[in-house]
Design a protein around this ligand. Structure first.
Ligand code: ADP
Length: 877
């Protein structure tokens, strides 16, 4: 057995081998150590002869799925070795084979896959600024390939990888590429799988693809001249053929795409804007996808994610999606009917995936049949939605009546989950099966009648016919009646109070029954496999119907969201503008329960108003305004309506953000360095069609340093790039740039002062903020009164000094201020009550208010006094 183990192990290097032994999957040697650690199961050992023991651990076969999930989730490859013959019949050692290899990128079990996300296995070839990238979602048959070239190729590759988020990336052995900026991260995540380099050879790869698709030429796939994309895709097919046993019938189409024809939102921006994952737990709760995903099916959910990851840049394509959403918006009743049916629809893409992969069970086929049966009605409703796009989608929703009918004829209504349980093929489907079943049931009926007839014949009233696994059928007679047993009975077993017998005729019948049952089981399996194979033959067109369903689902979901949240259809133009009336932040507006989200307008036009400097105190809503602009642009270009009263959006090629401090402590880079790297990326990559959001650039260094940088960045963006830019800053000095640079304008978040307090209005208006209110915010945060009061005094001194001519370039420092005795030396010198008195707006108070303030001041003076006397007493003790 160990020799068998070693042979199988050698054939699957780099994989943990789970070896079926009885009711367990066992692991040995190092595999056992790894699995014991990762699965937190007990490491034992097994004697392998001559007193030698080897480490071993195992999991019960029925618990395989959960353990497998854990190992694969952690990046391990696992080869599952099963017994491929009946142990009862095996002569000598049972034959075992590796029946599947599960790798992080080839997971098929429904329980291990996220319903609304693709799980990609990718393959990467090329290098040095010219990459070929292919990816496949084995569970749905999505198969895509692209080529990335040019000076910016490494960065775009890293972004594309981040977008696909593959669980596993194949690379030619010996050549782990840097993978651009994100390469280190990808390598660290252990996602790279080294695969035979010769498989990436263009000739070998092309042949693999031709063979897989059964075509003489690849011309139909649009990958002519794309040698790198072809070689990545071919290697991928080779790898799948090696690791998967099934026919892969669902991998029919290869979609060759260009990563350049989409709105480029890089990974940092995607994270900053929380498009798919939140910052906190990484879940989708407070994300754009969370706000938009009203889809009724998982297929729709996956497609919506794709649309969000790849918004369009072509005005006609965008407008076509908007038109369909608009049409659905006006048809509330029909929309609800369709969505109701969609909610009952199974995940056809994944079902077909399992069918094509050869891992589908009878219940999967029944689920497919039920889904297909829903299609005719659904299709009729979708067709009536008043837009050409829906007509096209309805056209693609072929209900595949013949497939549904075939499944219905072949399988019983409610088949068992497992294949080996039998009883899955319907009566009347296959004459040979029916005959066998008759034979078996005839034999059983004879045996069932045997008890009665033998009692009668022998006169033994307590005679019993039974069955057990060791002897098969037997006749049991109690000891009291032993003398009545006929001669032809053959004694087989003695119990304490009874004897068990068999008869030759009974054994003959038994053999017939068991033989028939065995053949029934084999035939059922065969018929099922043939049925599955025939459905798999239709995988391609079934997946097209599923894709149409998914798209209808997405369009209706966008209409649903638009209606529920009052979104409008944005006007899409090629002009470099971003004009939003009363825009809202799609995520925040839902979070502010009770409080109202305050809509804000924004108008950018590269030709005369391309760069807006946004000032306003902390917490006034600057970041929100910036993010809102980006989110609205992305929503518009992916085909959604937008949260605004009206919007006109010039198609954007790239969105850049430098928002907030990203936590890069783990990578060992200083926050300021990261900030500058991000700004550098923007200045190098942005074009006149980009949208740039800069929040607090220059904050991470000293004031003058930071301000100078911010200033220079604004000038560069204005003079050289001319992109639509929102620049939020706390350097109020920068607002003066509006007077020097024609296309720079100032806008400010409004606040209202009420005595010492400020109220954030969250509205934006033309103009600049003249104060930071940082001290107010500090007070809100609960900084002790004494510190606040002292900060106020220092600020007043600094402002006074800056206002004095001749001193502006030599601002006061603490030591200089102290020397000139401009600042009080100790915090205690002025009382906070005094400060408060100075701040009182006595002129506008009513007598009653004045009294209340006075009473309040006295009360606080009392508290202070008793507090300080307490302290004194404590010190005395
Ligand atoms: P800033 O960037 O100016 O420091 P933020 O944009 O982070 O401010 O906003 C601070 C908080 O103010 C937000 O978390 C939100 O609760 C609230 N806020 C911002 N904008 C609005 C708005 N338009 N309407 C209502 N509340 C808002």
């Amino acid at each position: 057995m160990m020799r068998q183990y070693q042979e199988l192990k050698a054939r699957h290097p780099g994989a943990l081998l789970m070896f079926r032994l009885g009711d367990f999957y066992e692991l040995f040697f190092d595999d056992a150590r790894v699995a014991a650690r990762e699965l937190e199961i007990v490491l034992t050992s097994r004697e392998v002869g001559k007193g030698r023991r080897v480490p071993m651990c195992g999991v019960p076969h029925h618990a395989l799925t959960g353990h497998l999930a854990r190992l694969v989730e952690r990046g391990y490859r696992v080869a599952i070795c099963d017994q491929v013959e009946d142990p009862r019949k095996a002569r000598g050692l049972v034959r075992r084979e590796v029946t599947r290899v599960v790798t992080p990128g080839t997971v098929m079990d429904a329980a291990l896959l996220p319903a609304r996300e693709h799980r990609y296995l990718a393959s990467l070839g090329g290098g040095d600024g010219a990459w070929g990238l292919a990816a496949v979602d084995l569970s749905t048959g999505d198969f895509l390939a692209t080529e990335i070239r040019g000076p910016d190729a490494d960065r775009r590759l890293a972004d594309e990888l981040a977008r696909l988020d593959p669980r596993e990336i194949l690379v030619p052995a010996g050549a782990v590429p840097s993978g651009g900026e994100g390469g280190a991260e990808q390598i660290a995540s252990g996602r790279w799988t080294q695969y035979d380099a010769w498989r990436f050879d263009p000739g070998v790869a092309r042949r693999a693809l031709r063979e897989h698709f059964g075509v003489a030429t690849l011309d139909g796939f649009g990958c002519e001249g794309l040698a790198l994309a072809t070689s990545a895709a071919g290697a991928l097919v080779g790898y799948l053929r090696g690791t998967q046993q099934g026919p892969l019938a669902h991998l029919r189409g290869l979609r060759v795409y260009s990563s350049e024809s989409v709105l480029d939102v890089d990974e940092i921006t995607r994270r900053n804007l929380e498009l798919l994952r939140g910052r906190g737990d990484g879940g989708t709760r407070h994300t754009l996808i969370g706000a938009l995903d009203e889809t009724a099916t998982a297929m729709g959910g996956r497609l919506l994610r794709e649309w969000l990851l790849r918004p369009l840049v072509e005005p006609e394509g965008i407008a076509s999606r908007h038109a369909a959403v608009g049409a659905a918006l006006g048809e509330r009743g029909r929309r609800e009917t369709v969505r109701k049916t969609l909610r009952a629809m199974p995940d056809i893409a994944r079902l077909v995936g399992r069918i094509g992969h050869g891992s589908a069970g009878p219940r999967d086929l029944c689920a497919l049949r039920e889904g297909l049966n829903l299609l005719p009605a659904l299709r009729a409703e979708v067709e009536r939605l008043p837009d050409a796009r829906f007509a096209r989608l309805a056209g693609a929703m072929d209900p595949h009546a013949d497939v549904a009918d075939h499944i219905a004829r072949a399988l019983v209504d409610d088949p068992p989950a497992g294949l080996r349980d039998g009883g899955l093929i319907r009566e009347g489907y296959d004459p040979a099966l029916d005959r066998l079943r008759e034979a078996a049931s005839g034999g059983k009926a004879w045996i069932a009648g045997l008890e009665a007839s033998e009692r009668e014949r022998t006169g033994i009233r307590s005679l019993r016919v039974g069955f057990n696994k060791v002897f098969g059928y037997y006749i049991e007679v109690s000891n009291a009646n032993r003398h009545l047993v006929p001669e032809e009975y053959i004694r087989k077993q003695t119990l304490t109070g009874a004897e068990r017998y068999i008869t030759p005729e009974m054994k003959e019948r038994e053999a017939a029954i068991l033989g028939a049952e065995e053949r029934i089981a084999a035939l059922e399996l065969e018929l099922f496999a043939a049925l599955r194979g025939s459905v798999a033959g239709r995988a391609h067109s079934l997946l097209e119907a599923a894709a149409a369903l998914a798209e209808a689902d997405v369009l209706l979901a966008l209409a649903e969201g638009a209606e529920r949240w009052g979104y409008v259809r944005p006007e899409i133009t090629a002009e470099p503008v971003l004009d939003i009336r009363e825009g809202r932040h799609p995520v925040l507006e839902r979070l502010l329960e009770g409080e109202r989200f305050v809509p804000n307008s924004l108008s950018l036009d590269v030709r005369d108003r391309g760069l807006l400097i946004v000032t306003g105190p902390n917490m006034a809503g600057k970041s929100t305004l910036l993010r809102q602009a980006a989110l609205i642009t992305i929503m518009a270009q992916m085909g959604s309506f937008v949260p605004a009263a009206w919007a006109r959006i010039g198609v954007t090629d790239r969105i850049f953000t430098r928002v907030g401090a990203t936590d890069e402590i783990a990578s060992g880079r200083s926050t300021f360095l990261v900030e500058m790297q991000e700004v550098s990326r923007i200045l190098h990559g942005a074009t006149g069609r980009s949208l740039i959001l800069l929040d607090e650039v220059g904050r991470g260094t000293s004031t003058y340093d930071g301000m100078s940088l911010a200033w220079a960045v604004v000038e560069y963006l204005h003079d050289r790039i001319g992109a639509r830019t929102l620049f939020a800053t706390h350097f109020h000095e920068l607002t003066e740039l509006a007077e020097m640079l024609p296309r720079v304008h100032n806008i400010a978040m409004q606040v209202q002062e009420q005595g010492e307090r400020i109220v954030f209005l969250h509205t934006v208006a033309e103009g600049r903020a003249d104060r930071s209110y940082g001290i107010h915010v500090a007070r809100l945060a609960g900084i002790p009164d004494e510190v606040i009061a002292q900060a106020r005094r220092i600020l007043a001194q600094l402002e006074a000094a800056a206002a004095r001519p001749g001193e502006a370039d030599a601002p006061p420092t603490p030591s200089r201020a102290r020397r000139s005795r401009q600042l009080p030396l100790a915090l205690e010198l002025a009382s906070p009550l005094e400060e408060e008195l100075l701040d009182l707006a006595v002129e506008t108070m009513t007598p009653l208010e004045a009294l209340r303030v006075l009473a309040d001041l006295r009360e606080r003076a009392r508290v202070r006094r008793s507090g300080s006397s307490d302290r004194r007493e404590r010190r005395l003790q």
